[in-house]
Design a protein around this ligand. Sequence first.
Ligand code: ATP
Ligand code: MG
Length: 240
Amino acid sequence: MIKLINVCKKFDHRWITKGVTLTIPPEKMTVIIGKSGEGKSVLLKQMIGLIKPTSGSILIDDIDITQLKEKELNAIFEKVGYVFQFAALLDSLTVFENVALPLIENGYPEKAALPIVKERLSLVNLKADILNKYPSELSGGMLKRVGLARTLIHNPKIILYDEPVTGLDPITARVVHELMDETQKRLKITSVVVSHNVESFKYADYVALLKDGTIKYFGDAHTIWEEMNPDIYNFIRGIE
Ligand SMILES: Nc1ncnc2c1ncn2[C@@H]1O[C@H](COP(=O)(O)OP(=O)(O)OP(=O)(O)O)[C@@H](O)[C@H]1O
Ligand SMILES: [Mg+2]
């Protein structure tokens, strides 16, 4: 379970998050929305310790990760997967080498990594024939799926997705959404998704709106279009 308590972050003299308090429901999908530059990526990166908050607490399974040293944070990285906006694959490595990287870094021999990589690729509906391809040979949708396969390598209990469908056509976006949905339900993963895409609500259980550095709304994604809270009402309809 992830719990943010009064999380504040400033860069130079500018406050980005000004007291975010939010409990992410376990084994469900929560979408965080908000205007560009509001601090959604900064918030997500704080949840995995990539950025340290200026003040406040972030609890993962009751451990305050803001208090951990780098070495102790590695144990959190095992539990929490992060899917970067642009897949963040290494161009000079093949699909196999990219997905296997977290295992190889942990001392797995390549031979032992191969069946694990194949299994994770099948989870994201990719076949073994792409194992020896390089990222430059893949489409945007395939790159997203390889990025997800790499994130799944450690069997994370939590996955954080930063803009998983931005830049994809509507059909590929739907495929990626369905994959995220299946992954969350099949593996009982807690998913946190930062997304601009209103289609993301269809697949989510909860929606949180980040505005002016705080969470202005948190509620059920299934009834979001009937919601009368002015902040959420205006945001999802694109009204200032
Ligand atoms: N490492 C950093 N140093 C200084 N400022 C930063 C840093 N990272 C982010 N910021 C600033 O924090 C603000 C929030 O950035 P963030 O990337 O979280 O926005 P966002 O809500 O994810 O926007 P988008 O929807 O466009 O991705 C921006 O003004 C950005 O310039
Ligand atoms: Mg962002």
